[in-house]
Design a protein around this ligand. Structure first.
Ligand SMILES: Cc1cc2nc3c(=O)[nH]c(=O)nc-3n(C[C@H](O)[C@H](O)[C@H](O)COP(=O)(O)OP(=O)(O)OC[C@H]3O[C@@H](n4cnc5c(N)ncnc54)[C@H](O)[C@@H]3O)c2cc1C
Length: 212
């Protein structure tokens, strides 16, 4: 609608884990600024779509072992409000450790989750090119951002990556939620690969089948 008659290339990861299996792993969030979450809240005519109200959801997901169908309506309301005790955090943040260039990295621990299956970490290797680029921007008067996930106004910083620092492997929605945690225990589920779903069938409010 807003592409001005242009064709825009939008790659998507059509694999288990979706685009998280092939993305650039940058662990960032839009800012609280008027042009980002502020604009969204304005569009929705509700503060609830702004930065402060969404932050708990960035940190939390529902408990993968919860049988959602067994929740009472009151428990569902608490879950949606983010106050149900079975809500857990999605992220485990690993503060930056030493790196090859002895560069100090700023971060804001309070902007992160600390008990979830998605690891966010900083690599121990910094390229000299990026280090020079960083220094140039700072010399030009660009502010140094504290943490690219804290809703701040932006600036120059190093981004954490969705990489497990123990195994040095990419974290995807599949590795985080299907392998590490038994999400598939929520309902009996089969995974069909090379299948495009055309319709999802429901019976009595529950998914009961797909057409593919
Ligand atoms: C090249 C690239 C780089 C990116 N870099 C970053 C980054 O550095 N940091 C960042 O935060 N984000 C990045 N993103 C964005 C991020 O990866 C996506 O926003 C995120 O993965 C979206 O998650 P999703 O679950 O909504 O959808 P997806 O990850 O797209 O998952 C959708 C899944 O559904 C499947 N599917 C769709 N339709 C059907 C159907 N009809 N039948 C069966 N299956 C179907 C798809 O195959 C896919 O597995 C990047 C994305 C791309 C493509």
């Amino acid at each position: 609608m807003h592409a001005n008659e242009r064709e825009v290339y939008i790659p998507r990861g059509k694999v288990l884990g979706g685009s998280s299996a092939m993305n650039f792993m940058a662990w960032t969030r839009p800012s609280d600024a008027a042009v980002e979450f502020g604009a969204w809240a304005k569009l929705a005519k509700s503060k609830a779509w702004g930065w402060k109200d969404l932050l708990p959801y960035f940190k939390k997901v529902r408990s993968p072992t919860t049988r959602l169908h067994s929740l009472t309506p009151a428990q569902c309301s608490l879950l949606m409000a983010g106050t149900f005790p079975l809500s857990v955090q999605s992220e485990t943040f690993h503060a930056p450790g030493p790196n090859n260039l002895d560069t100090s990295q700023l971060y804001d621990k309070s902007a992160h989750g600390h008990h979830g299956p998605v690891s966010a970490s900083y690599g121990p290797y910094m390229s000299t090119q990026f280090s020079a680029f960083f220094a140039s921007l700072v010399n030009m008067g660009i502010a140094r951002a504290t943490d690219l996930t804290d809703g701040g106004p932006g600036g120059v910083s190093w981004s954490a990556s969705s990489i497990n620092p123990s195994t040095h492997q990419r974290v995807t929605s599949q590795t985080a939620y299907c392998k590490q945690t038994p999400l598939f225990h929520v309902t009996p589920t089969s995974v069909l690969i090379d299948a495009t779903c055309g319709a999802v069938w429901e019976r009595s409010g529950a998914h009961c089948g797909v057409t593919h």
